[in-house]
Design a protein around this ligand. Structure first.
Ligand SMILES: [Zn+2]
Length: 155
């Protein structure tokens, strides 16, 4: 356990004392802490207010960039699929975690593990219905619009 994970775990414990869930995160670049976050579901009407995403939001706002290449995330708990996906989108290199998904299940915080299991299933077998609805005849196609706009930018 290094200083960054110590801070992430400390944030998680403080958050529990403040009425929140036991999750804290610290975002690091070049061995320096850039931002930190806690799970704020108890304070915000926002399911994305997880510790890792909160830390990423702060860093992205500070850097005026959505790219977080060469950053390392220290999460007090193993990231849920949403945070993991956000970290992939941002290009984060490495994630350290302390408590595992199994530890979370033990603490009655099993949603992340359930969603990981759900994502392994074929679309048709998942709890959530995900149904393709194609464009109407003659309707403007935003994907086509994007492709045209993008090709003009390149040339
Ligand atoms: Zn999460």
């Amino acid at each position: 356990m290094d200083q960054f994970m110590e801070r992430a775990v400390e944030l998680a414990a403080e958050n529990v004392r403040d009425g929140g869930e036991p999750f804290g995160a610290v975002l690091v670049k070049n061995d320096k802490q850039v931002a930190e976050g806690i799970n704020e579901l108890h304070q915000r009407f926002d399911v994305t207010a997880h510790a890792e995403i909160q830390a990423m939001r702060k860093a992205q706002k500070m850097m005026h960039s959505h790219e977080l290449k060469n950053y390392t995330m220290y999460a007090s708990g193993e990231p849920c699929p949403m945070c993991l996906t956000a970290m992939y989108f941002a290009g984060i290199d490495t994630v350290y975690y302390c408590a595992s998904s199994e530890d979370a299940v033990d603490a009655d915080l099993g949603k992340a593990k359930n969603i990981y299991e759900e994502l392994k299933k074929p679309k048709a077998e998942r709890q959530m219905d995900i149904i393709h609805m194609p464009l109407k005849e003659g309707q403007e196609n935003p994907m086509q619009l994007w492709k045209v706009k993008r090709s003009r930018r390149i040339f």
